[in-house]
Design a protein around this ligand. Structure first.
Ligand code: NHR
Ligand code: GAR
Length: 233
């Protein structure tokens, strides 16, 4: 068991820009969150998030899925790499590879994902484009426990944003990202404080000892852009 008075050891998995990683690093630096990021691992060796990790003095490792013969062998190598750091929590932050059942079972109840939609709407990829195409008036982001149902694990927190008449994928994605950067550190903080569990038997989130009947709505009242983490280019 993790001692709740010590910083929670975590490993963050990324594939890209790593702005959610940056939000976690910054929240920890501001002491809003007590975590020790033991490593950042990317399946994409050129992910800018690896550079963010290095700048923060965090071990940054690449495990290129293209170098592996199949998904199972990649998953096993990734699990071995993660477990060397003995994390109490694995954080998927823009990680773009589907993980197999063996991997997911190994980390069940101690792996989170942030997904750029209001789940169960728009599981899978290309969420912003699909929300626009569907004529939705509202969109957002969800943080959930990872289970073997892709983007189907129980949702902990959601944040909503409006879809505006002139939105395109880029403007909408940026508005959603602002909210992602707020909610992910909050959920990790709850987990680190021991307030958050996955009830595996009922596939349900337990927060402060009570099963959640619906996700916590953590929409920033004014959709305030606070700190933003634009792309590096
Ligand atoms: N793995 C499991 N088992 N369950 C989940 O809920 C997972 C997961 C792995 C990643 C993130 C998820 C998202 O938030 C995530 C959740 C990648 C794909 C995908 O189709 C889908 C969902 C998510 C991440 N990936 C392609 C694949 O073949 C590759 C796409 C690419 O490289 O661009 O793995 O959206
Ligand atoms: C975020 O919007 C995250 O929700 C999404 O990718 C972006 C990563 O941004 N995740 C997925 O689409 C997972 N399939 P970041 O690298 O700047 O954190």
């Amino acid at each position: 068991m993790h001692d709740a008075s010590a910083p929670l050891p975590i490993v963050v998995l990324i594939s890209g820009s790593g702005s959610n990683l940056q939000a976690i690093i910054d929240a920890a630096a501001r002491k809003e969150l007590s975590v020790e990021i033991r490593a950042v691992i990317s399946n994409n060796p050129s992910a800018f998030g690896l550079e963010r990790a290095r700048r923060a003095g965090i071990p940054a490792l690449a495990l290129d899925h293209k170098a592996f013969p199949d998904r199972d062998v990649f998953d096993t190598a990734l699990q071995t790499m993660i477990d060397r750091f003995e994390p109490a929590l694995v954080v998927l932050a823009g990680f773009m590879r589907i993980l197999g059942p063996g991997f997911v079972t190994h980390y069940l109840g101690r792996m989170l994902n942030i997904h750029p939609s209001l789940l169960p709407a728009f599981a899978g990829l290309d969420t912003h484009n699909r929300a626009l195409e569907a004529g939705m008036r509202e969109h957002g982001a969800s943080v959930h426990f990872v289970t073997n149902e892709l983007d189907g694990g129980p949702v902990i927190v959601q944040a909503r944003v409006p879809i505006l008449p002139d939105d395109n994928v880029k403007t909408l994605a940026q508005r959603v990202l602002v909210q992602e950067h707020h909610i992910y550190p909050v959920v990790i903080h709850w987990f680190a404080e021991g307030r958050l569990q996955l009830d595996q038997e009922h596939n349900q989130v337990v927060l402060d000892g009570t099963p959640l009947t619906s996700p916590v709505d953590y929409t920033d009242a004014d959709n305030n852009p606070q700190t933003t983490y634009p792309d590096p280019q």
